[in-house]
Each structure stands twice: as C-alpha cells, then as structure tokens.
Design a protein around this ligand. Structure first.
Ligand code: SRM
Ligand code: SF4
Length: 522
C-alpha cells in the first residue's frame, strides 16, 4: 500500500497546486486592492477559491453578490453582533439575507466585494470573524446550543470551543499553521447528554464520559460526508479531561492530518482516508507522539443517553427563574428586519445573548419568568413560532439552487412548501425529521434524518427532471447511526405523494378529516 506521505510526494491535485503557489490566507493583504479594482478584475483563483479562506464566497449563480460565512463558536452570539450582521445585509436590499447553517453558524448574502474591507473592520470591532471558514480549513466548531443553561448538561463547552477556535485561527487573525489542510475539517465538542452536535459526522468529536469517576471526553475521529463516501466517526480510544488538553489534542490531530493526510485525490482526502490507510493504531500512536504525553485510553462508555432535543418552545434553565425559548426559523432563512428584531428581543427580554442550533433555529436564553408571557406575545413569534406544525418543525435544508452552483435541485423553498402542505393534510403523531440537500455533498445531512432527500436528476416521460434520492433510517442522539438510500431518483413532482405514503405507512400519519367529513386532498 502507498503510504499517505509517499503519495503526497508523487502527485498533487489542482487545489494542492494553487495552494502551493500562494496560500489562501495571503489574499487577506490584498483585500483593499481587490475592493478597489472590482471583482471582475480579480485573478480567477483568488476570486473563486482563495477568498474562501477569509469566508468570502464568490457565487457563480449571483456573480458580484458574495456570500460571507461567519464563525460562531458554539453557536453563541450577542444581540449587538446580530445587529451588526443585520446592518451588513440591510444595505443590500432585496439581495441581502442571512442563513442559519447546519453547523450552528450564520452566512450573509448579497455582499459586495468593494464593501468587504469595511465589513471586516466592523466585524472585528464587534468581536467576530469569518476567517478560515471555507475550503481546506476547520469549519465552525459546534457545541450544545444550551451549554451553560441546560440543567442536565455535564460540561459547559463554550470556553473550550472558543479556545480551540482561537488556537486554529490565531485569535481570528488567521493562522498559516492550519490553512493548508488536505481538505475541510469539522470539530464538535458535546457537553450534554443528547448529542446535539451530531458527533458522529465530525472529523473530531468530543463526547462526555466518566473515567475513574472523573468527567471528561471520549474522542471520536474520522466522521464525514462526501459525494463518494459517508462514514460515521470511530472511537480513537482516547479520553481527555475538559481542560486545555482538548485544545492540545485538536492541535496534534490537525498537525498529523496536515503533514500526512492524502492530497492526491480530493475525493479521498478527508481524515478518515488517512486513518484507513494507516490503521487506527498507527494513527493514534502518531497523534500521541505529537501530543507529547501518553493519551489515556477511552472511558468504557460515554454519557450520551438521551434522545436528541430540538429546543423549540419555552424551557426552564438550570438557573432558577430563567428560561430559554427556542424559535423555529423556517429553513434557517433570516431577513434583515427579523435579525434586528431578534437582537431587540434578546436585549429587552433576556441577557442580550442569542444561540444558534444545527437544526438552523434560534434560541433566546435568560428570560426571567416574569418576562416570559410578554416575550411569547411578541409579533416576531408569529413568524418564528414556538409551536410549528410537526413536519415544518423538524425541517432542515441546505442552500440549494438559489445560491449554490453545485445544486442539482432547488431545496429551501420547495422543502418548506411541501412540509407545509403535508402538515395541512395529515395528522402526524410523532416528530419526523426531514432533511433536504441539493446534491451529494450532503450539507443538509440527509443521512441523519428520518427521511433524507438528496437532489439528483432523473428522467420522466423522456425528459430530464429535478429529482431526489430518498434516505431512511438515520438515528440521532443516543446510539446515533447513519441512514441509507432506500429510493433512487424520485422526480420532485412525485415526491409529495411518496412522502405522504411514507408518513402514513411508517410514521403513523393519518389524513386529516375536514369538517364536512371528507379527508384532506393528497
Ligand atoms: Fe457544505 C460545500 C453550504 C454544511 C459538506 N457547502 C459547500 C459550499 C461551500 C459549496 C459552494 O461553494 O457553493 C456550499 C455553499 C452554498 C451557499 O451559498 O450557502 C455549502 N455546507 C453549506 C451550508 C451553508 C448548508 C446549510 O444550508 O446549512 C453549511 C455551512 C456550515 C458552516 O457554517 O460552515 C454546510 N457541508 C455542510 C455539512 C454538514 C455538517 O458539517 O454537519 C457537510 C457534510 C459533513 C462533512 O463535511 O463531512 C458539508 N459542503 C460539503 C461538501 C463535501 C465535503 C467532502 O468532503 O467532499 C462540500 C464540497 C467540497 O468541500 O468540496 C461542501
Ligand atoms: Fe450546495 Fe450541494 Fe451543499 Fe446543498 S448540498 S449547499 S447544493 S453543495
């Protein structure tokens, strides 16, 4: 077998070549120049690739209107930060909007390159960064969205997540040590009992576990989705205390991956491919060598023993007299006025804090009992409901064709319309988590869903049409495992009927009976 490092020396893919020519982060010093010359004059690789190292994404679908991907460690921000983001998108009128992402993060839309230097200044002043949020970098680091306020949590991960982000990004300045990984990289640190971060689909995941009576984390490695392969993370057989050891272990795994990960084939470059080629024993030994001290073996079992919560609605916090309220944001899309309103609600009723979830929703914490009723009567809650219908409630969708050039189908609007129609037609006694994703990259995580829909093309009546592969069997929370494809290429125009039948046959749904005794139309 060719070792990963031997392979590294022989051939490089085109991404490796342009990274070797000029590091992605180098465009940081050229931003003013790019802003002055206009996007049309910027070198193509700088424009379409390297700017992603700063979180600035050229959108071929809407040329000149960029997407800005932030970093929101542990999904926590303040009303002030939300207002700064709202101001940025407001100036773009109908082009300006934002999305809560499946990594507990925010992306802004409509951004003009000429404004980016000014935007970056405003982000820095507000204590935010978008650095290293795209391409061969570590993505937003996730943690429980109710860290520090959940009465049942084991470890408050917020401080650790920030420390890991600061290590990777050199406190938001950009850190050349980790800007040339073989591929993207995901890290999650779970402190609760319900695996709210989808630990199993991260390259590194920390999950709470007791070792000899001491609370810390078991470590999982290698989870990922890609167009050609999806793999659940596997145990590294390591345990760390909830201290700077978490930061050190992340650094060591990243060092080992950066220096040895396969770089020839982009489709075979994620961490799991290195673990496969070396075997787990050797991988662990190399990480331990870099870590500089013996790694404790894993605790016998972890503490993930709850079903996953969705956090929608009002919930008592661990702090007596305080509540958090989970607001449902349909498919994660936010408009500027809604963002301003969220900032106001957080400041008027809570402590000014806002949380994001991987289900693309928002939580306002720290609302005193005495203010709860007034909060729940706020007009914004008519749009961001605490009692959404069952299918809409659990709906997740990736960006899709509206803004993403990889998309094979339109997702968000279609997903929402279909869920609303089925909610209107069916009585559904249980939660059914439907995830849509526009192409095999699986940003919408169809493999973790009860029903996952993955965009593709199919032929119907001799014509190429938008379609979806159907995934089933995904389980989240305790004993999480990935779902698999159960139907191929269902034309989108037939999907509603297919979903309706699945909901009736497998999820106990029944047609609603109208007042005149007839059932709702299919
Ligand atoms: Fe993703 C690429 C959007 C979560 C796997 N993803 C992209 C790009 C950047 C492609 C592009 O340049 O257009 C998409 C940007 C579209 C846009 O304009 O918004 C994109 N990914 C998203 C988001 C916004 C989906 C969403 O609507 O929430 C999520 C942003 C997360 C964040 O805040 O950083 C997002 N992407 C994911 C996830 C889910 C997760 O992390 O839990 C995955 C699967 C998990 C994983 O990575 O292992 C995911 N995205 C991919 C891949 C396939 C990676 C691979 O190894 O092959 C690509 C394509 C690539 O990297 O080559 C991709
Ligand atoms: Fe774009 Fe595909 Fe990711 Fe959806 S899954 S955001 S279509 S890359």
């Amino acid at each position: 077998m060719v070792s990963a490092s031997a392979e590294n020396k022989t051939k490089l893919n085109k991404f490796e070549k342009f990274k070797a020519e000029k590091d992605g982060l180098a465009v940081k010093d050229e931003l003013e120049k790019f802003a002055a010359m206009g996007w049309e004059a910027v070198d193509e690789t700088d424009l379409t690739q390297r700017l992603k190292w700063l979180g600035v994404f050229f959108r071929p679908v809407t040329p000149g209107k960029f997407m800005l991907r932030m970093r929101m460690p542990n999904g926590v921000l303040s009303g002030h930060k939300m207002r700064v983001l709202a101001e940025i998108v407001r100036r773009y009128g109908d082009d300006g909007s934002a999305d809560v992402t499946t990594r507990q993060n925010i992306q802004l839309r409509g951004v003009r390159l000429e404004d980016v230097p000014d935007i970056f200044e405003r982000l820095e002043q507000a204590g935010m960064t978008s650095v290293q949020s795209g391409m061969d970098n570590v993505r937003n680091i996730t943690g429980s969205p109710v860290a520090g306020i959940d009465a049942h949590e084991l470890i408050d991960t917020q401080g650790l997540v920030i420390k890991v982000q600061d290590m990777i990004t050199a406190n938001g300045e950009g850190n050349a040590a980790f800007t040339n990984l073989p591929r993207k990289f995901n890290i999650a640190i779970e402190g609760g009992r319900d695996n709210s971060v989808h630990a199993e689909i991260n390259d590194i995941a920390f999950v709470p576990a007791y070792k000899e009576g001491e609370l810390g984390f078991n470590v999982l490695v290698g989870g990922f989705f890609s167009a050609t392969r999806c793999a659940a993370a596997i145990p590294l057989n390591a345990w760390v205390p909830p201290t700077d050891d978490v930061v050190d272990l992340c650094r060591s795994i990243l060092n080992v991956y950066r220096d040895n990960g396969p770089r020839a084939n982009r489709q075979k470059s994620r961490l799991m491919w290195l673990i496969d080629s070396w075997g787990l024993e050797k991988f662990r030994a190399e990480v331990e060598k870099d870590y500089g001290k013996p790694l404790a073996t894993a605790a016998e079992h972890d503490e993930i023993d709850w079903e996953k919560r969705d956090h929608i609605g009002a919930h008592a916090q661990k702090q007596p007299g305080l509540n958090y309220v989970g607001l449902h944001v349909p498919v994660g899309r936010l408009q500027a006025d809604q963002m301003f309103d969220l900032a106001r609600l957080a400041e008027v009723y809570g402590s000014g804090e806002i949380r994001l979830t991987v289900e693309q929703n928002i939580i306002i914490p720290n609302i005193p009992d005495s203010r709860l009723e007034a909060f729940l009567a706020e007009p914004l809650l008519a749009q961001f409901s605490i009692t959404p219908e069952p299918l809409v409630r659990s709906l997740v969708s990736c960006t899709g064709a509206r803004f993403c050039n990889f998309a094979l189908i339109e997702t968000k609007q279609r997903a929402l319309a279909m869920a609303q129609e089925l909610d209107a037609e069916l009585e559904i006694p249980q939660t059914v988590r439907i995830h849509w994703t526009g192409c095999p990259n699986s940003c919408g995580q169809p493999q973790v869903a009860d029903i996952g829909l993955l965009g593709t093309k199919a032929r119907k009546d001799g014509k190429a049409v938008e379609a979806a592969d159907v995934y089933t069997g995904g389980k989240v929370g305790k004993d999480a495992h990935l779902g698999s494809r159960s139907m191929k290429g269902v034309p989108c125009e037939d999907l509603k009927a297919v979903l309706r039948t699945m909901l009736i046959e497998h999820f106990g749904a029944r047609p609603k009976v109208a007042q005149n005794g007839s059932t709702a139309a299919s």
